[in-house]
Design a protein around this ligand. Structure first.
Ligand code: CA
Length: 231
């Protein structure tokens, strides 16, 4: 446990604040709470938190604006707390620079897992050169993919897609982010080409494409790759 990790919680709902503060204090995190967007922006600048938990429904300015303003100067991991399971809201937050989102109501285990993933991504100064989970091994230097020791042959695009997800393992990447990264900013935003490539990858690495073990679909949002165990 690291007692020095500071978390800024920008949230006006007293019950959520009390629940998160209790849960995180038990795990030795230091919590500060802002109840408005403006207060949150001030505290983000003065406290330099390691992670920000941001509610989208704030009483003064909305969470999207807080997110946009923070991203002008800060790369701190931001986890959005969403009251709705609406896909548009999550996609917008992720595209505006949020690292992840969590939907109310959520439990301590889920919250802790999201915070750990965000911290790991922000503290890793040298990107992981190998991804390993279950029987899958991706060597990002040699550009090889092995499943249970057997080389898997992927097309260039399939490899790029899998490597992008592996380098961001544990985090959800939106369809738009993936398409822009791999096919460029002028690519057709229909997800068709992405779906086709993902189906091919799954056919090659998943035992059952309907119940994937490595690349999970976040319906209407994007994909999340199983956390790298090679840490
Ligand atoms: Ca709220």
């Amino acid at each position: 446990m690291n007692p020095k990790i500071k978390i800024l919680l920008i949230e006006d709902d007293r019950d959520i604040v009390s629940f998160i503060t209790t849960s995180l204090t038990v795990h030795d995190y230091h919590i500060c709470n802002a109840v408005t967007g403006r207060e949150g922006l001030c505290l983000a600048a003065s406290l330099c938190p390691d992670v920000i938990l941001l509610d989208l429904g704030l009483p003064d300015i909305d969470g999207y604006q807080v997110l946009e303003r923070l991203r002008v100067w800060s790369s701190v991991p931001i986890i959005v707390i969403s009251a709705h399971s609406e896909e548009d809201e999550k996609v917008t937050a992720l595209d505006l620079g949020a690292d992840d989102y969590i939907i109310k109501p959520f439990g301590t285990a889920e919250l802790m897992a999201r915070i750990r993933t965000s911290l790991r991504h922000s503290f890793v100064s040298v990107p992981d050169r190998t991804y390993r989970a279950l029987g899958l091994e991706i060597d990002l230097e040699k550009r090889t993919v092995k499943l249970n020791g057997q080389i898997i042959h992927l097309t260039q695009t399939e490899y790029q897609l899998l490597a992008l997800l592996a380098q961001n393992s544990g985090k959800v990447l939106t369809y738009r982010t993936i398409i822009h990264t791999i096919w460029g900013p002028y690519a057709d935003n229909s997800n068709q080409i992405l779906r086709v490539n993902m189906a091919n990858i799954r056919r090659k690495i998943e035992a059952d494409s309907a119940q994937p073990q490595y690349v999970f679909t976040e319906v209407g949002i994007g994909y999340r790759m199983r956390e790298n165990e090679n840490i």
